[in-house]
Design a protein around this ligand. Sequence first.
Ligand SMILES: Nc1nc2c(ncn2[C@@H]2O[C@H](COP(=O)(O)OP(=O)(O)O)[C@@H](O)[C@H]2O)c(=O)[nH]1
Ligand SMILES: [Mg+2]
Length: 383
Amino acid sequence: MAEQVDPCALLLKNSGEKTVELAMATAQEVVNRLDNVVLNIAISGETGAGKSSLVNAIRGLTDTDDGAAPTGVTQTTSEPTPYPHPTMENVTIWDLPGTGEPGFKPKKYIKTVQFKTYDFFIIVSATRFRQNDIVLAKEIKRNKKKFYFVRTKIDRDVEEEVKKGVLEEQTLPTIREDCEKNLNELESPPVFLITSRDLSRFDFQNLVETLEAELPEHKTQALVLSLPVYSQRSLEKKYNIFKKAAWASAITAGAVGGIPVPMVSIAFEFTVILSFLTKCYFSFGLDDKTLAKLSKRVDQPIQEMVRESSLVMAVAEKTFNAKKVAARLSATGGMDALCSILPVAGCIVGVAMSFITTQRALLEGLNEFHKLAKKVIEMAKLE
Ligand SMILES: Nc1nc2c(ncn2[C@@H]2O[C@H](COP(=O)(O)OP(=O)(O)O)[C@@H](O)[C@H]2O)c(=O)[nH]1
Ligand SMILES: [Mg+2]
């Protein structure tokens, strides 16, 4: 049998609060943060620089996917185009109009694109940064917003240099220095070298880490969860966010049903587990769309491997088949009970369950997804 743990003590420990009331308020905040944080990322730069491709890469899409921003098209729009994240609807990547036209007016541009909308700007170039990029950065700064310089299409440069016998290790610092020198008017801010074709290469991780250090914590969380899994490190960050949020989801399972604490017997809502695991599932990139693309790209049977997990399948099919999910979660005493009491798909179970059992179920599901996602990274050799 499971060991006796005092749910109240566990709640206080997990929340870091002194009273149950404060812990409940914190829990609600943690849960809201998983869903409701609004993040708006602006991608700017000259026409042809690679803005739309970066918009797609950040959203985990290739240029030919449904809903992808059109790329390689020469016509320009004068309006910013919002591209909502495919699975986190509060995260939007904005494809801004090109800045390269003669007579470009940064002040007017900033006004037209409604700079207040964005949490930060990414200024993209596939060559050295131009005067337009520099004046735009100055204007963004004057409006007290942050900007980051991204030099994209590095895969292409590296490839071309390799053909001439120049190694990648030599090419990268040369490009970096050249770009940074060109930005000395702005006191040479860092330039992040990336390729939208593969975010696991070059400086994308550094860019994300710089953003993490500079954005408010809740925005950072939305950013980390919304980015595709492109490395072991990016997965670990997501995992830690979910791990820290599990207790809060577990406790609000009771509160959502309008049932307040008594701690020991909170009404247990099965849909909470599924909603939590569905978020993990998409954020870890375990969904069919993502895996089908990855399997094809790296020519490995990754999708098949993941689909062997019945927990994944239950979440994927939205069958909300409680027995299937519960049976897959390891057979702790609590889980056995769960199997026997959860009758119909998707319904709220009016059975009293403890916060501890719910939390355990969330963590076990999370751990299984984490293991699978790690295996995906290994099979795809994403490092
Ligand atoms: N090799 C390579 N090509 C890229 C990359 N990013 C964009 N491109 C290509 O560059 C062209 C212009 O990109 P696009 O995103 O449409 O530029 P935009 O006009 O700034 O939106 C397209 O043909 C893209 O496929 C990249 O990182 N690597
Ligand atoms: Mg474009």
